[in-house]
Design a protein around this ligand. Structure first.
Ligand SMILES: [Zn+2]
Length: 292
């Protein structure tokens, strides 16, 4: 009785395999090609003999056609009919979900979102992903593209987002958003991890850039709070992982701007599963499918 979850990224496949109560996880570098990704997954299947394979993948995955319709970070998979090809290649049922939604499900089953009624999970990485779990069920949307929180607008004349629109939340709240906020303050181009290091050393400009980042994040959270009235928001990704103070800062910003009632019943915390939340979620979705 074994299931396997994989999180397909631009340069790595992360996996979580479960057999009984035994869980194994790992990370495999891949070449940027469909063949390379398929071969690596085949090896994992040979190792773990799963009954069902769960996949989390960045981008807009169309649940109706089984096709990845848009994926800015994994362009070579755009337009590929993943579900059909994978099921033929691997000979087992495959369940596919957007990576941020898979991460939300992973945090719900194994991480910081356990037992929550309405869980929202945000992943602050290269981009800004989101997922929603309501009463234990993932809210995928009719097509599979629900909770694209990164591409909700917070300033219609604002900064350009990687998706092409202006003023998306992701244009401010992502690693490239933080880099821009820092550049705006200092005229210096640093990577988000360099900015976080400086902030941890107490450098004022880096701390100010993170304050600005938190300001925009709290606007995004206010919108989520006012729409969903969730009991739990879990925030994952590199920025909160390496600069945890950003969570408290954001909670206090949010308190100032949100309605009191939904704020009262909200708890915000850091994600627990780190970079494996998507793979955990993909495995949990495979496990769910196995039991159906
Ligand atoms: Zn956008």
């Amino acid at each position: 009785m074994s299931v396997l979850g994989v999180d397909i990224g631009g340069t790595f496949i992360k996996f979580v395999a479960k057999s009984g109560n035994d869980i194994k996880k790992g990370k495999i570098p891949t070449e940027k090609s469909f063949v390379s990704i398929t071969e690596e997954i085949k090896k994992l299947i040979k190792n773990f003999h799963p009954e069902v394979l769960g996949i989390g993948i960045a981008g807009l995955y169309d649940k109706k056609t089984g096709k990845l319709t848009a994926s800015p970070n994994i362009r070579f998979l755009e337009g590929v009919e993943l579900k059909e090809i994978f099921e033929t290649e691997f000979g087992i049922p495959v369940v596919i979900e957007n990576d941020a939604s898979a991460a939300a499900y992973g945090e719900y089953v194994y991480g910081a979102g356990k037992n929550s009624q309405i869980l929202i999970c945000l992943t602050l990485g290269t981009g800004l992903g989101g997922g929603t779990v309501i009463n234990g069920e993932l809210l995928s949307g009719v097509s599979g593209s629900a909770m694209e929180i990164g591409h909700t607008t917070i300033d219609i004349e604002g900064w350009r987002c990687h998706c092409g629109r202006k003023g998306c939340l992701e244009a401010y709240v992502s690693s490239y958003g933080l880099e821009r906020l820092y550049f705006f303050l200092t005229d210096q181009k640093l990577s988000s991890s360099e900015i976080i290091t400086l902030a941890n050393e107490g450098k004022l400009e880096a701390m100010k850039a993170i304050e600005d980042f938190s300001h925009y994040l709290s606007i995004g959270l206010m919108n989520i709070l006012h729409i969903f009235n969730p009991d739990k928001i879990v925030i994952g990704g590199g920025i909160p992982e390496y600069y945890p103070a950003v969570i408290d800062l954001t909670v206090s910003n949010l308190k100032k701007i949100a309605f009191e009632l939904p704020f009262r019943d909200l708890n915000i915390s850091r994600a627990k599963l780190g970079e494996y939340s998507g793979a955990y979620g993909a495995m949990a979705l495979a496990d769910k499918k196995r039991k159906e």
